[in-house]
Design a protein around this ligand. Structure first.
Ligand code: SF4
Ligand code: ZN
Length: 464
């Protein structure tokens, strides 16, 4: 590697550029992303003899060889060796590609694993940025951050066939990593782990990762975080004592609440690990999937990043992502990692799979072995139901377990109506929420804590 310092690169590199977004008009090229079927990033811990320290290989065309506006397959392979490095560190080393690429002025990196989405700006291309420079920057940043890396080599791939080939191996590696954590229970440990890596984008967000709840980016398991916290105690992952279990069903723990309050700078006082209601886990923006509440049927729908269509609530993933992210506790939306679907803590407090009323078909196929047999055929996908108006009948016809809730709720409603006269007319709150964010213009945001909103009249209009 001829580049000895970040200063030798054609563009600046530093944490100051981390939040940079590259919009369409400023983009020279997109590497990976939703328009490319083949993309991945993978970190592998190798034997000493298999890593040539400082080597950057580029397989396929470089940035400047593509036409402006191209969207191309992309693979990032990081191979490391270190006497102290355990296999469990692969996940966290791989996840750092996210912030390290974002440090490069004129580059943007989103998502993780099989779903990476990078952009190079026109300015960076004009400055002469090449993939070799990107590899060199990554090597320098890894070595700077992790003194235990003795040797590191990076391969950046844009050739479609090569990306496709390596992606197969990457998918197997992710699966093997996920397999190691399967079977572990939250009850078996006293410590969960925090990850603060996304605070640069979402300053009040941290992920709490437990054995049965993978991080919402899907890239870090409890084992990954444990290995990271052990070898890099000043890094983004840290142990969080569970403390007293305050609610087993919802997954509320005193130690977790303390950490949530501290890291959210007082914005959030607690979270429920196993629920999307009241005090849900916050979402930064990297979530693999989004769960959304459907008040029409009192059920939960979900959609993941790969679903290109419109979900049953009439919204696309990208639209919902805006509502879900930012690190606030957003009522009605929750970002999560898809591996959580395999856990018996999956929406445990909300009814688990009995509350799921819509999901994309391939996601359903993926979760097949984990959805209870008696509900599997009752959950519609985009193949059966595309409109919210048809969902209620479908669930009723199939006798989906959520239907039983409607009956209970009707009874509760009747009881409630009788008690309403206790309030003076006009004093029944139409909205109550522990915390509620109201988007405002002119760069301001209004956060209402313990809000109760009263109104003479409520008009609900569909926004076209
Ligand atoms: Fe860490 Fe969560 Fe961000 Fe993943 S999404 S990098 S676990 S903070
Ligand atoms: Zn994030």
């Amino acid at each position: 590697m001829s580049v000895k310092s970040l200063k030798d690169l054609p563009v600046e590199v530093g944490v100051v550029y981390e939040g940079e977004r590259i919009r369409g008009p400023d983009m020279y090229i997109e590497l990976g992303g939703p328009k490319s079927d083949y993309k991945f990033e993978l970190a592998l811990v190798k034997d000493e003899k298999d890593v040539e320290d400082g080597k950057v290989s580029v397989v396929g065309k470089d940035i400047g060889d593509f036409d402006e506006g191209s969207r191309v397959p992309f693979g990032v392979l990081i191979e490391v060796y270190g006497k102290e490095i355990e296999k469990d560190l692969e996940g966290i080393l791989e996840r750092r590609v996210h912030d390290f690429i974002n440090y490069i002025h004129g580059m943007m990196h989103l998502n993780q694993r099989y779903d990476i989405w990078c952009r190079v700006s026109k300015d960076a291309k004009s400055s002469g940025l090449k993939l070799e420079d990107v590899g060199a920057a990554l090597i320098l940043l890894y070595k700077q951050e992790y003194s235990f890396i003795d040797k590191i080599q990076i391969t950046l791939i844009t050739d479609e066939q090569e990306v496709k080939k390596h992606r197969e191996g990457a998918l197997k590696a992710y699966e093997a990593r996920d397999e190691r954590i399967r079977g572990m229970k939250d009850e078996e440990v006293d410590v969960f782990y925090g990850c603060s890596l996304c605070q640069s984008f979402a300053p009040n967000h941290i992920c709490i990762v437990s054995p049965q709840r993978i991080s919402l980016c899907g890239a870090l398991s409890w084992l990954d975080c444990r290995a990271s916290a052990k070898i890099d105690p000043d890094g983004p992952n840290f142990p969080v004592e569970k403390g007293e279990c305050l609610d087993e069903m919802k997954g509320e723990f005193s130690g977790i609440n303390e950490v949530i309050e501290e890291y959210s700078h007082g914005s959030n006082e607690k979270i429920y690990m196993y629920s999307m209601f009241d005090y849900p886990h916050t979402s930064c923006g990297c979530f693999e999937a989004i769960a959304f509440y459907l008040p029409e049927v009192d059920g939960i729908g979900m959609v993941d990043r790969n679903f290109k269509g419109t979900a049953v609530n009439g919204l696309k993933f990208s639209t919902m992502a805006g509502q879900t992210g930012g690190g606030e506790q957003s009522v009605g939306f929750l970002g999560f990692g898809v591996l959580w679907m395999q856990s018996d803590k999956f929406f445990k407090a909300d009814g688990g799979w009995n509350r799921i009323v819509w999901m994309p078909s391939y996601l359903k196929e993926k979760a097949k072995d984990h959805i209870p047999g008696d509900v599997y055929d009752k959950i519609p996908t985009e193949k059966e139901i595309t409109e919210i108006g048809d969902l209620k009948n479908y669930l009723q016809e199939k006798n989906h377990p959520v239907v039983a809730r409607w009956v209970e709720e009707e009874e509760v409603e009747e009881e409630k109506e009788e008690s309403i006269p206790a309030y003076e007319a006009g004093e029944v709150p139409v909205v109550t929420a522990p915390a509620m964010t109201v988007p405002g213009g002119g760069g301001i945001k209004l956060i209402l804590i313990n809000a109760k909103i009263y109104a003479d009249k409520v008009i609900i209009k569909k926004v076209e």
